[in-house]
Design a protein around this ligand. Sequence first.
Ligand code: FES
Length: 181
Amino acid sequence: MAWTAVVQESDERKGVRLVTPDIDTILVKHRDAKRDALIPVLQEVQEAQGYLSREAVVRIGKHLGLPASKIYGVATFYNQFRFQPQGRFHVQVCRGTACHVKGSAAVLDAIKRELKIEPGQTSRDGTFSLEVVACIGACGLAPVINISGEFHAGVSTQKVKGIIDSYRARAAGGGSDEKAA
Ligand code: FES
């Protein structure tokens, strides 16, 4: 089918995971879904692909009988959805209660300033993406950020630049993403 060919070609060029197999499986699972299934479908597609591509949004819209503009309107209301592929380093800032009490709002602001992106976005060079998450189960270490699986405890605004710079150095080094000491 022409649609499949277009989606595969464009995504392969961008070097991201292919849309077709995952989204087909998900939409088949929601064969008789109505509009009220939008959020769970979006969640499943994002889980499978890491983000909601334009192709995925259009395709979900066709399946549920919703215009893409409506889907973007709903999805952007929730912090959990992203429309760009994750960066090489994915920064999750915990905004759960314990982290909030210990200053995670200021930490998030410092990270946004340092990366020049908002939650849900990916830096232009593809190195960093940013996400706000609820409690990640390390409250005793608050405030906590998780960068591609590596936890940083007791993060302060003063520490943000140093932490981010260490990942910049790893990205510039072109080496592996093995965990820093
Ligand atoms: S509230 Fe941040 S780890 Fe629990």
